[in-house]
Design a protein around this ligand. Structure first.
Ligand code: BGC
Length: 500
């Protein structure tokens, strides 16, 4: 067991040989994003956000979501929420009660089998419908049910002409299921439910970022942006219809709000401003969708471990500085064998001699790393984690700049935001550098633009969006609703609304 580290790692490089130090310096250069660069990225980001809203469009899809307003806390009704995430599939039943901002929730989680992500569309929708069926049977047994309204969190870029429809633009986050891209995902999903006789009516197809925005706004009226920093990375915010030229033909009230799912993972697909390293280029080339999600691939959780792995492997193969000499690197050689939690654990190693990192390398990779190699690995994890947080801040700053917001609360969720050490503080620091408020405030708390842990977007957020949709249809706002009568017919929440 090593000595507990009480000071920073300054000076810890003293016994690192010069060839490794040279490499560390090279990595510092590659992965550090200085303030000026953050500002340049943000400025380009602002123009790309604007471009995405135009008829011609740009790389960032800026998808209108037909979620047309914030909740006021008085939404009521019982809703199902389904979240098809990368690791789990979560089903919730949420009852928004008469008390302002209150709700009851029951939920079940199902494992999302890895092979589904590259299987067939039928397998995917069949599995999702099976989970919903199990949920209903478990929680409602033989009860006679009305059609329960469902908010389906489908966290991939989708074009929505209607809120209960969504044409998948492209798979992200390593999903690669044939025959889904370019198609409306709702009909095959509903067909799988109908086949099983599951009494569910899809009311709203939503993105996790929109859910996060709405759920967070339910409890915080300053909330202006919803972000996910997880396996993937993205944000949503409320635009006014008059600022969305690509919807001009619909003649919507220009002052009416419309949530935009930015899909900012696609920022800079043309490689104009992001400081890509050779490792980012390999990640892109080897991914199922090369040329897509350039921004996301530099900072989202799915890729952090892979960037780290590629650097270490490169250094192992580098004749000028061979790390892990004489060791079997078979495990390190396996793509995606390390995930972001490996870097988190390294960054969290509390010991001066990095003994936990040493054990991690040994247990997970079968590599006995020397002290200098551990120092290099630690520094590399810090560089990759810091770059991710700083680049993330560019997206947040860009939305604020575009909207002219000097102050905003940003609701954030996702494994990287919640679990990656120092991500929040590093992000807050970068925001300060970009937006330029005075030093002095501690750790981002109370800053003019503040990124806060979000409420449950894919549960409560999805239910709220379903509730808001039914409410506005009842009130006669049927913009982005394919079949308003059909949407209201038979749903339990609609009945409840009728009684009010
Ligand atoms: C998807 C987005 C999603 C984000 C976070 C990205 O890969 O394209 O739709 O919001 O991941 O889950």
């Amino acid at each position: 067991m090593g000595l507990r580290r009480v000071t920073s790692r300054k000076g810890s490089m003293a016994d690192v040989p010069s060839d490794l130090l040279d490499q560390i310096n090279r990595l510092e250069e590659l992965f550090t994003v200085p303030t000026d660069k953050l500002k340049a990225i943000t400025d380009h980001f602002v123009s790309e956000l604007t471009k995405g809203l135009t008829e011609e469009g740009g790389s960032i899809p800026m998808n209108p979501t037909w979620c047309m307003g914030f909740p006021d806390g008085y939404e009521t009704g019982t809703f199902l929420a389904l979240d098809m995430g990368g690791t789990n599939l979560r089903v919730c039943e949420i009852t928004l009660t008469e008390e302002k901002g209150e709700f009851d929730i029951i939920q079940s989680k199902y494992k999302m089998p890895e092979e589904l992500k590259t299987g067939t569309a039928d397998e995917l929708w069949g599995y999702v419908a099976d989970c919903l069926q199990q949920f209903i049977e478990y929680h409602h047994g033989d009860e006679e049910l009305d059609q329960l309204p469902l908010g389906f969190t489908f966290s991939y870029p989708a074009t929505q002409d209607y809120i209960d429809h969504g044409v998948l633009q492209r798979w992200t986050k390593g999903f690669d299921i044939d025959g889904v891209e370019g198609q409306d995902v709702v009909p095959p999903f509903e067909a799988a439910l109908a086949e099983r006789g599951v009494p569910i009516k899809l009311t709203a197809l939503i993105n996790d970022t929109t859910g996060t925005l709405i759920a967070s706004a339910y409890t915080d009226t300053e909330m202006k942006i919803g972000c996910i920093f997880g396996t993937g990375c993205n944000a949503a915010y409320m635009e006014n219809c008059g600022s969305i030229p690509k919807l001009a033909h619909m003649k919507l009230d220009p002052d009416h709000p419309m949530a935009i799912n930015c899909e900012w993972g696609a920022f800079d697909n043309e490689h104009q401003v992001l400081p890509r390293t050779p490792y980012d280029i390999i990640i892109d080339k080897e991914s199922p969708r090369p040329g897509q999600q350039a921004f996301e691939k530099m900072l989202a959780g799915l890729y952090l471990g892979e960037i780290f792995r590629l650097v270490l492997l490169d250094l192992h193969q580098n004749p000028d500085c061979k790390i892990f000499e004489g060791q079997d690197v078979g495990l390190l050689d396996k793509p995606y064998s390390l995930d972001a939690s490996f870097l988190s654990a390294i960054e969290e190693d509390p010991f001066e001699n990095l003994s936990e990192t040493h054990d991690l390398f040994q247990n997970k990779l079968g590599i006995k790393a020397t002290k200098p190699e551990l120092e290099l690995s630690h520094r590399l994890a810090v560089l990759i984690g810091t770059r991710a947080a700083r680049l993330s801040a560019c997206g947040v700053a860009a939305i604020c700049k575009k909207k002219g917001w000097d102050k905003a609360h940003v609701g954030a969720d996702g494994s990287v935001f919640n679990k990656y050490p120092h991500f929040k503080v590093r992000g807050a620091q970068a925001l300060k550098e970009i937006l330029g408020w005075p030093a002095g405030k501690g750790k981002g708390r109370g800053d003019p633009v503040e990124i806060l842990p979000a409420e449950d977007g894919s549960g409560v957020g999805a239910a709220l969006i379903a509730a808001l949709t039914l409410k506005r249809v009842q009130e006669g706002n049927v913009a982005g609703i394919r079949d308003p009568e059909g949407m209201l017919k038979g749903t339990r929440a609609a009945k409840k609304g009728d009684e009010v």
